[in-house]
Design a protein around this ligand. Structure first.
Ligand code: ZN
Length: 187
């Protein structure tokens, strides 16, 4: 009897630990890629204006490198979560303006910058495709000659990835990998 309890008790204690992990793993299997936060593969437009290009890795002032992609869209365009996860309201005052992060079950983080509005609460669970905010020109996207866009950033263990490098639905994996570390730019 005591032997049985000795086996059952640790097993019972593991249930609340293992169950959410199992749920997360199943979700990760169902959502291997990221959906487009605005538009799609056939109709997306990268920002191009006097201040710079919206491509990943494009150059910014002070030798910095652009750590996301800028999807051009009119102010007020709904922004959708690329993957399910927990929404976090941005807290750093570093030029992103009003921004949201979504922390995913696979450890990756998506950042949605320069919003005019967030429409989800801090800490709220959001589903892939759910509207989480609206395009704006907050932070250092404010200058008139910067075209309105969504700054979309994807990070895995803190390392920024090019969302167009096989992560967003329909995009293909390029052969070049390993980029030089560069200071991030926030537009
Ligand atoms: Zn940007």
């Amino acid at each position: 009897m005591t032997r049985l309890v000795a086996w059952l008790l640790p097993a019972a204690l593991l249930v609340p630990v293992v169950t959410p992990l199992w749920g997360r793993w199943q979700l990760a299997c169902r959502e291997p890629t990221f959906t487009w936060p605005i538009g799609g593969l056939s109709d997306y437009v990268l920002r191009a204006d006097a201040y710079g290009s919206g491509a990943f890795g494009s150059r910014r002032r002070g030798g910095r490198s652009h750590n996301g992609i800028d999807l051009a869209a009119p102010i007020g365009t709904p922004v959708r979560a690329a993957k399910s996860g927990t929404a976090r309201h941005g807290r750093q005052r570093d030029g992103m303006g009003t921004y949201l992060e979504v922390h995913h079950h696979d450890g990756s983080v998506a950042l949605y910058g320069h919003l005019s509005r967030m429409v989800v609460a801090d800490g709220q669970w959001v589903s892939r495709g759910q509207v989480i905010g609206l395009v704006g020109k907050s932070g250092n996207a404010r200058p008139r000659r910067i075209h309105p866009h969504l700054h979309f950033e994807l990070r895995l263990r803190g390392v920024p990835l090019d969302p167009l490098d096989g992560y967003l639905d329909g995009t293909e994996v390029s052969r070049s990998s390993g980029r030089p570390a560069a200071r991030s730019a926030k537009t």
